[in-house]
Design a protein around this ligand. Structure first.
Ligand code: ASC
Length: 145
């Protein structure tokens, strides 16, 4: 009886590990969070939503807080059936790091502009972030599988 209980407990403990997402899936979810933090600012920049300085600062802060997180989820060779990550991420690590740093700098600059700049300068800073997304995707993200 005691052994059965122990076995059941051990089996239950093993379930979360078996269901855990792959590193690539965790990474994708993390990038989606970043995109969801970025998009509301795009609505303002495209003048679909009104510009409110205090609210924009909150959005820029939120993006800055999480922008680096996906980059903690690139263990070597973590490409699964769905992942669009290219092998170049790991074969050209300096180039990949530079692309990440460019993105994080652009996000930080957008946050500064949100505090100190007007809507026109925010639009420019937002564009630099979007461009840094695209530059990294062009080099390091393959087509949808
Ligand atoms: C986005 C998004 C990107 C970049 C890029 C900008 O909102 O999802 O990948 O901006 O499209 O050109």
């Amino acid at each position: 009886m005691k052994q059965t209980v122990t076995a059941l407990l051990l089996a239950a403990l093993a379930i979360p590990a078996a269901m855990a997402d792959s590193p690539a899936e965790v990474r994708t979810q993390s990038f989606k969070k970043v995109l969801r933090a970025f998009e509301p600012m795009g609505m303002v920049v495209r003048e679909r939503d009104p510009y409110n300085k205090a609210k924009f600062i909150v959005m820029a802060d939120s993006l800055k807080q999480i922008a680096g997180e996906p980059f903690n989820h690139f263990p070597a060779g973590s490409i699964d059936a769905k992942s669009r990550a290219k092998p170049e991420i790991w074969s050209q690590p300096a180039k990949f790091q530079a692309a990440r740093d460019t993105f994080l700098k652009a996000v930080s600059d957008l946050d500064s502009t949100a505090r100190n700049g007007d809507l026109a300068s925010i639009k420019k800073s937002y564009g630099v972030v979007a461009q840094s997304c695209k530059a990294c995707h062009d080099s390091f993200r393959g087509p949808e599988k």
